[in-house]
Design a protein around this ligand. Structure first.
Ligand code: ATP
Length: 345
């Protein structure tokens, strides 16, 4: 286990700047998620940490030691890729055992057997150990790939969307499993995803990456409640936060605000003072959500479990200004607001 610090790291591929002067500090034993859209530079950051890419500028420190010039093997990171990369001619057992049998480690076979069985049991693939890797389902193959990383105790686990090729149920199951293994072993994990559910359910802290730059680092709650920019506010939350023009009817925005953003759960649907009449466009009874419209602007709102609305209905909504986030012309947040601890549960 180790801490990782990145200072001023830049990586270019020809004319493309994948990463631009990023600083990051990942603590020992932390489950750190890098979240961002496609092309944000997440994979490049992981590959730079692993030593699979050389930065154009900047340094990487492991436990305070500069490892920028070290070869990948000397960095002792275990990498789990998006697509399982198994040895097809080997059995599941031998695939998982592989890292322990490398010339650098030369683990006694009795110890190898013990570790392989431990890891296979954690990942529920004990009954598949004798099978060829190719005779497995996609989900099983990815478990083997994860098992191959878990079988040894590297300084850092680097995981690049390891669950993205799995179906929803398996993804959820492995998400819980991976997080509980990490907690039990106290490992440092840097985990890349563009899936906000994965990020918020697994992370101790999240680093939001956009266009090669770190936008914000914080706990899921901090980022959800106190996003630094409108872009970050739109990265977490489903349905996405409502971004309204600051001068929209019924809002009490401060001077200089260009956007007023409010989460769907903070919009009240009720006949209250200052409520605005809106037309229902879509209503999902199952999800207790609906989309309403006024002056051509659509607003996502949550509804009470017993409330029944239909498209075309007129409803009254109220955007409580104490729950609004205001952003300036650059998209930077202008106000603090009280933390609502129920909102991420
Ligand atoms: N080997 C390469 N050669 C050229 N350009 C590259 C290379 N690797 C990455 N890039 C570019 O660098 C940018 C960042 O890519 P990266 O793969 O790090 O993003 P990402 O956030 O991991 O995206 P995704 O979620 O789609 O995997 C992209 O514009 C990508 O096209």
């Amino acid at each position: 286990m180790a801490s990782i610090s990145i200072r001023g790291m830049t990586k270019r591929f020809g004319p493309t700047t994948a990463i631009e002067g990023i600083d990051l500090d990942i603590q020992n034993g932390e489950f750190f998620v890098l979240l961002g859209p496609s092309g944000a530079g997440k994979t490049t950051t992981l590959r730079l940490i692993a030593g699979l890419e050389r930065p154009d500028a900047g340094q990487i420190f492991m436990d305070g030691q500069d490892i920028s010039g070290h070869f990948p093997a000397a960095r002792d990171c275990a990498f789990v890729f998006q697509q399982y990369s198994l040895y097809p001619h080997l059995s599941v057992y031998d695939n998982i055992a592989f890292p322990l049998r490398s010339p650098m480690r030369k683990t006694p076979e009795a110890k190898v057997r013990e570790r392989v069985h431990e890891v296979a049991s954690l990942l529920h693939i004990e009954s598949k150990l004798e099978r060829k890797a190719t005779a497995l389902s996609g989900g099983e193959m990815q478990r083997v790939a994860i098992g191959r990383a878990l079988v040894r105790s590297p300084k850092v686990f680097l995981m690049d969307e390891p669950l993205s090729s799995l179906d929803a149920r398996l993804r959820e199951e492995l998400r819980v499993e991976l997080r509980s293994i990490q907690k039990r072993t106290g490992s440092t994990v840097i985990y890349v995803t563009h899936d906000q559910v994965e990020a918020t359910t697994m992370a101790d802290r999240i680093g939001i990456l956009e266009k090669g730059k770190v936008q914000q680092v914080g706990t899921p709650m901090e980022i959800y409640e106190q996003p630094a920019t409108l872009q970050v506010a739109q990265r977490l939350g489903s349905p996405v936060i409502n971004a309204l023009p600051a001068d929209w009817a019924g809002l009490n925005s401060p001077t200089g605000a260009v956007h007023a953003a409010i989460r769907p759960e903070d919009v009240q649907v009720a006949q209250l003072d200052g409520a605005l009449a809106c037309r229902v466009i879509e209503a999902s009874l199952l999800k207790h959500e609906m989309v309403v419209e006024r002056d051509g602007i659509e607003i996502h709102v949550h509804t009470a479990p017993d409330a029944v609305f239909h498209p075309g209905d007129t409803v009254s909504i109220r955007c409580d200004s104490s729950r609004c986030l205001y952003f300036d012309a650059q998209g930077l947040r202008m106000n603090d607001r009280p933390v609502n601890h129920a909102s991420l549960s």
